[in-house]
Write a protein that binds this ligand. Structure first.
Ligand code: V47
Ligand code: SF4
Length: 367
């Protein structure tokens, strides 16, 4: 569709009707809604869908982020987190460092340990396995969501073994699920500009398919608000929906708002209306992915609260402490207490429901 010639209002109304009756949208229809639907109508349709799925529940998890190394052989142009080996600020934590940090949190009932790092070729597979075992021992009540598909590919390539073998070894050591990072935007032309060293979108999808085939659930992300178009965004969502039709293994989709500071990309980040339009479109288009996350660390608390009215049903967690977005200038807090998190959800008019990493509700709050 040519974005310069808006489709007739009747077309938009018909597509919105289709969305409201929860019929599957085609990519062309999604693109029309993205560029031309009135904002309020788009958000109202997504809100109806969200209410039908989850009522007023907004899920959250008591979690901790562990970024075990920021040393990375890649140099994604949007990334302000990674360092080259030996550079000032480069750091790699030992399993003992990680356990000491978890122990310092006392008896806080943490449910999720989110583990993501750079691609540091000096770390042997045993390091990853020891880290998982140590975390599982220190926090037996928490689930470990660890290692993006990019890290899984790096481990497989540097050891000369299959991704299946890597995932099996990680699972044996305590891995519960994969986070959604590394997807960025699947378009090969954009990846060549954004992250030329990174695995292709096809390989990212294939690793998630392998995980799903083994019964490991995963999340999916899209980095947005930089140099991508609405057509690129819809193509990305479409690839996720197609894979989900085959495997059913994605639990949650997370649009990651690009943070513009301290990196070489030179883009400016999404405005609030783009955040709401993308949230609403994602809820309506991804009819087979149950959860949509308003990731407050990248969106900021206020935009994340508004996203709960545009289709999102999840507010992520306490985090403490977020480093990837903050290295790139995120102006949200680096973490929230449980009461701050619940308050942010309640102030937005939703019902906070604590969950496990794989979205099993804890307790019994329902609207
Ligand atoms: O893939 C890097 C992103 C991702 C920037 O699964 C940036 O629940 C914004 O995987 N601005 C890693 N984003 C984070 C990740 C994640 C985070 C939260 C929840 C979950 C989940 C997964 O961070 C990378 C990349 O897309 N990133 N730089 C930046 N400047
Ligand atoms: Fe490395 Fe990940 Fe940063 Fe890319 S986004 S440079 S792979 S840490």
């Amino acid at each position: 569709m040519n974005a310069m010639t808006p489709p007739p209002g009747d077309d938009i109304a018909a597509i919105l009707d289709k969305a409201r009756s929860r019929q599957r949208l085609t990519p062309d229809e999604a693109l029309i809604l993205a560029v031309a639907a009135p904002l309020h109508d788009l958000c109202a349709a997504a809100m109806d869908d969200r209410l039908a799925r989850h009522g007023r529940n907004a899920y959250y998890v008591h979690n901790v982020h562990v970024n075990f190394t920021n040393v990375c052989v890649n140099a994604c142009r949007f990334c302000a987190f990674s360092k080259t080996k030996g550079a000032p600020g480069a750091r790699t934590l030992s399993a003992a460092d990680i356990v000491a940090d978890l122990d310092a949190r006392g008896d806080a009932p943490i449910r999720e340990i989110h583990v993501v790092g750079g691609l540091n070729p000096e770390l042997p597979l045993e390091y990853y396995l020891d880290m998982l075992r140590a975390i599982a021992k220190a926090r037996p009540d928490a689930g470990i969501k660890a290692f993006t598909a990019v890290e899984v590919a790096h481990l497989a390539d540097t050891r000369g073994v299959s991704e299946f073998e890597i995932l099996s070894a990680l699972r044996e050591a305590g891995l519960m699920m994969l986070p959604g990072g590394g997807a960025e935007v699947f378009s090969p032309a954009l990846r060549a500009r954004l992250c030329p060293e990174k695995i292709t979108g096809e390989r990212w999808l294939q690793i998630h398919a392998t995980a799903h085939g083994m019964g490991l659930p995963t999340n999916a992300t899209m980095l947005f608000g930089h140099i991508e178009s609405w057509a690129d965004r819809v193509a990305h969502l479409s690839a996720l929906r197609d894979l989900q039709d085959l495997t059913g293994g994605f639990t949650c989709f997370i649009p990651l708002a690009y943070q513009p500071a301290n990196n070489t990309l030179g883009a400016k980040g999404p405005d609030g209306v783009t955040v709401l339009r993308l949230m609403a479109l994602s809820r309506l288009f991804l009819d087979n992915i149950p959860h949509l996350k308003a990731y407050w660390a990248m969106l900021g608390i206020k935009a994340a609260q508004m996203a709960l009215w545009a289709g999102a049903d999840d507010f992520d967690g306490t985090i403490v402490e977020e480093r990837i977005g903050h290295a790139a200038g995120a102006d949200s807090p680096k973490g929230l207490t449980l009461s701050e998190l619940r308050h942010a959800i309640e102030a937005a008019g939703m019902v906070p429901v604590e969950r496990t990493p794989d979205f099993k509700p804890l307790g019994s709050s329902r609207p």
